[in-house]
Design a protein around this ligand. Sequence first.
Ligand code: AMP
Length: 358
Amino acid sequence: MTEPLHPGATIGILGGGQLGRMLSVAASRLGFHCHIYEPGAAPPAGHVAARVTTAPYDDLAALRAFAQSVDVITYEFENVPTASLDALEAIRPIRPNRRALAVSQERIAEKDFLTGLGLATAPYARVTDGETLQEAIARIGTPAILKTTRLGYDGKGQARIMAPEDAAAAWAAMNGAESVLEGFIDFSHEVSVIAARGLDGSVACYDPGENVHRNGILHSTTLPARLSPSQRSDAVLIAARILNALDYVGVLGVELFVTPRGLIVNEIAPRVHNSGHWTQAGCAVDQFEQHIRAITGWPLGDGTRYADVVMENLIGADVDKIPALARDRNTQIHLYGKAEVKPGRKMGHINRVIRGLT
Ligand code: AMP
């Protein structure tokens, strides 16, 4: 498909969490239908999508039936097995493409790709056992962070190595999974760029946001980020470089460490990103609509920011603050419709508009 999809077409989304939910809302505003594919029961996206398939990610028959029922396939969850992607791609286009998925699913492939583009990352080395960990520590030094190469998110599958004596405990924490040792970056703060590339190759980047994590989970994103004008343009150029190198279609998140020696890429996410939720209150076209526009071949919206915004995640019992937050007339509230409150679970977020254009 190179022609734009018309309203009435169906978008298939792998994953039915809050990102799938907000993508479905944006798609429905443009007149599209969404079909969610999600293994878990009662997914948040199910409340707002036209159709839901409940099946595991390795159920090839269910995946094929899903692909037949949609016009294009996207995802909010990037750890879909390769064989499943093969089955889907034989039937409908997957956007963003397989290369973007392959690069972001595996931390070493990701770092090899980024350094191949001439971008700075933390020093890194592959670790497969206690011996290769010792070699990696000898090369990279401490402090360092050991991370599983696959399936890590929100700080899971990570162990800090402050001194060489911590090595055995850190390796034990990986449960035998192939890992990467990363040198510890002494950063002043963390920022991310949310950027999009259309089917025609056009690129639109949002202003970088400044991220604060608590317990490995994103707590807040503040716009504007503390960046000099040259750091801001560096951040945007890094994102554009990655998009073009991957021949990417859709929205991408790039997490960066800010250091006195420049910006260092932490990781990339080939999808809409939690640190891009502020665009719902700061821009004419938010990241969710932008992603839908890109994958359906529509022109991209403008990424210009019209307000200073603070996004805060509502994690676990933070949802108890909703009645008080609802009294603040400049606060936009997003709840994900998750029935059960659990510690560490993302229940919703707020966008506080601090100041519009004066
Ligand atoms: P990640 O899952 O790789 O995004 O890591 C989660 C968080 O851990 C990051 O947002 C950073 O705050 C911290 N972190 C990860 N890698 C490094 C590193 N190489 N140096 C310093 N801090 C890191």
